[in-house]
Ligand binder design. Sequence first.
Ligand SMILES: Nc1ncnc2c1ncn2[C@@H]1O[C@H](COP(=O)(O)OP(=O)(O)OP(=O)(O)O)[C@@H](O)[C@H]1O
Length: 229
Amino acid sequence: MTAVHVRELTKRYRGVRAVDALTFDVPAGSVTGFLGPNGAGKTTTLRMLLGLARPTSGTALIDGRAYHDLAEPRRTVGAVLESGGFHPGRTGRDHLRILAGSARLPMARVDAVLDEVDLTGAADRRVRTYSLGMRQRLGLAGALLGDPGLLVLDEPANGLDPAGMSWLRGLLRRRAAAGGTVIVSSHVLSEIAQTADHAVIVGAGRLRHAGPVGDDLERTFLAVTSNAI
Ligand SMILES: Nc1ncnc2c1ncn2[C@@H]1O[C@H](COP(=O)(O)OP(=O)(O)OP(=O)(O)O)[C@@H](O)[C@H]1O
């Protein structure tokens, strides 16, 4: 099981403290909601965790290692940071085949992940014909190719209709039930409250709350985020 430890993580852009001495843990085998209003620093934190941005100071470790030091990054972490980056003329299946090939993952995983995200029926259509929700599913399929122990999803609910949301909740719960760890960011509490068993709330780059999800999450979220805006 894969755990994440963030310690005193800080990212400054000219004059902006996007992330400010942030410390939190993501328990292995949990679905952890990473919550906070727009501009709170969620994406910047996840980018540092994934080795896409360099911390000004502090650490973000996956099973005790920085992303770049992981022996098998694709099999350890799968991430969807934004839905995009698909070649519109390619089919969903071809997109996944290319990803699997470049990551040296078995081609059999392509059919497995298409099935897991319920996209098998549309796999041979060009991505330009996909709805936003279908693109979200395709992004998720790419993240699942390496069957990673940790899944990192930035605002995955964007573009999903209520049925898609319910489906996503099921998928995340199944991953955690199978021992996987999930971090899912959102600025909308309700998307997370029904799915996550652990919540980390940030505001203005700082930790506002971390703990198990209980009945008081909405009150906590409103209290800490209204202070932060
Ligand atoms: N490359 C950058 N250069 C300068 N400032 C940046 C950069 N990336 C992020 N920021 C700033 O850092 C702060 C945090 O942004 P971030 O995107 O991490 O927030 P967020 O919580 O993910 O927000 P949202 O919910 O809107 O996606 C914002 O003030 C943003 O403008």
